[in-house]
Design a protein around this ligand. Structure first.
Ligand SMILES: Cc1cc2nc3c(=O)[nH]c(=O)nc-3n(C[C@H](O)[C@H](O)[C@H](O)COP(=O)(O)OP(=O)(O)OC[C@H]3O[C@@H](n4cnc5c(N)ncnc54)[C@H](O)[C@@H]3O)c2cc1C
Length: 446
């Protein structure tokens, strides 16, 4: 039987991976992307220069047979390296010794996925911008920016992997009773850099560095060229904000007082600061993700989240894996398949959006808090003693494929228990074997 014709809008991370998976399974895939081919232009377009890849992302890459290839480009980060105001360092492992998240280059990964999509047989059309969608007919009008001509695509399924400001979703938003919300946090972000020093990493490479300062923070992830990409998350307005940093002297003063050890390894700080844009952080929710069963949204087009759990791309990749699993079972009934897909994924997308917002507070306020650190130690010990009965929330989200909605639910239960525990104990070392037994027995499985 003929495999269907799939049109994918957007050759970002999700669109390129899904196109690879579809083409590998013998679908006829057309992938339209408004940008030029990044393999030729070599441009670093888009957001963050590097990203944290974790278990969910790896699972989807494995499905495409790409684990090894991506692994070759990735740098393991085994935990958080906290930097105090006086430059004191403390390391918090993410999990067990073998558990790490991986820093990957966004453009490197995107190019690899585009290459793989092409190898698998997808037709790639760069500088083609989707301009209009005919939802009821399942068609899309695509404009070639090079030839100034239009193409009408009439696939069996139109897939919107066209990011947070998706054209397919914009068309859906014009239909009756469409649910849509976007909310910006008061913080923006700016990318900065720690270059290599004498050809080596200037700070510890196998860690995600955090300078938590309460209302704001600086983070740094390693790159293959031995530099680090830093991201400053700071409010747009207020006492300590981007609005207050108007001159090189303002920026230097701010870093001298807040991030002195980072400043020492950022020789290009002020140039970077005024050259690089300040960008917004948005959560986008919408539903349904399909109209008339002829189209579907995936990745950021369906659920853009703030980056504090390092899960946006991972969630998009998980969409791809689950999409392919459902497709394999649907017997060419795409309308039914996309219904199943959205019913399954929407609660998880909402849950990861909540988790991502919560983790901002954890990263900027709590990671340097004594009670929080003791609580983490107790939870790690619970996990060591009862690996199946107590899995810490961070571990569930980052190192398993447990549904995000389930992780959130279990995490809330754990939080209630741990709040009570922390009322009685100041330090993990005070707990006895019986205490651990008692704590884990409070978990219920319903
Ligand atoms: C600062 C920051 C840090 C982040 N860090 C992490 C992290 O550590 N880990 C993680 O998992 N996630 C992270 N994310 C999230 C991650 O970047 C996104 O979730 C991911 O890029 C989404 O991929 P996507 O393919 O769905 O969308 P996108 O990457 O936005 O790709 C959409 C593509 O569609 C194309 N397009 C748009 N409109 C059209 C059109 N009309 N016609 C044709 N093409 C079109 C665009 O050019 C683009 O190539 C971070 C995000 C930010 C902002």
């Amino acid at each position: 039987m003929r495999k269907g014709h799939m049109t994918v809008l957007g050759a970002g991370l999700s669109g390129a991976l899904l196109s690879t998976l579809l083409a590998q399974k013998g679908y006829q895939v057309q992938l339209f992307e408004k940008r030029s081919d990044p393999r030729k232009s070599g441009l670093e377009e888009g957001r963050s220069i590097n990203l944290a890849l974790s278990h969910r992302g790896w699972s989807a890459l494995e499905q495409a047979g790409l684990r090894e290839k991506v692994h070759d480009q990735a740098i393991a980060m085994q935990g958080r390296m906290m930097h105090s105001k006086t430059g004191q360092l403390s390391f918090q492992p993410y999990g067990t010794e073998e558990q790490a998240i991986y820093s990957v280059s966004r453009s490197g990964l995107n190019q690899l996925l585009i290459e793989e999509a092409e190898k698998a047989g997808a037709e790639l059309l760069f500088q083609y911008r989707c301009e209009e969608i005919y939802l009821d007919r399942g068609e899309a009008l695509i404009h070639s920016l090079e030839n100034k001509t239009n193409v009408l695509t009439q696939p069996d399924l139109l897939i919107g992997a066209d990011g947070a400001y998706s054209t397919l979703r914009t068309a859906m938003q014009k239909t009756p009773r469409y649910n849509y919300s976007q909310s910006y946090i008061e913080h923006g972000y700016k990318e900065l850099s720690i270059p290599a020093k004498n050809g080596e990493f200037a700070i510890e490479p196998n860690a995600l560095h955090i300078w938590p300062r309460g209302g704001y923070m600086l983070i740094a992830l390693p790159n293959a060229d031995k530099s680090f990409t830093c991201t400053l998350f700071l409010a747009y307005e207020g006492k300590e904000s981007f609005a207050k940093l108007n001159s090189p002297a303002d920026v230097t003063r701010f870093f001298e007082t807040q991030f002195p050890d980072a400043l020492a390894v950022m020789p290009e700080l002020t140039e970077d600061f005024f050259q690089n844009p300040t960008s917004d952080l948005v959560t986008i929710k919408c539903f349904p993700w399909s109209r008339y069963g002829k189209n579907v949204l995936i990745g950021d087009a369906a659920h853009a989240i703030v980056p504090f759990y390092g899960q946006g791309m991972n969630a998009g990749f998980e969409d791809c894996r689950i999409f392919m699993d459902l497709l394999a079972e649907c017997n060419h009934d795409y309308a039914q398949m996309v219904q199943q897909f959205q019913s399954l994924r929407k609660p998880d997308a909402d849950a990861v959006a909540t988790l991502a917002l919560q983790n901002f507070i954890e990263m900027r306020d709590l990671v340097a808090d004594r009670e929080f650190l003791e609580r983490k130690k107790i939870e790690a010990e619970l996990h060591r003693r009862f690996p199946d009965r107590w899995v810490p929330l961070y571990t569930m989200v980052t190192f398993t494929n447990i549904r995000y909605s389930e992780a959130l639910r279990i995490g809330q239960q754990q939080d209630q228990i741990m709040r009570k525990v922390m009322k009685h104990y100041d330090y993990a070392s005070e707990l006895t074997d019986q205490d651990y037994e008692r704590i884990v027995s409070l978990m219920t499985n319903d």
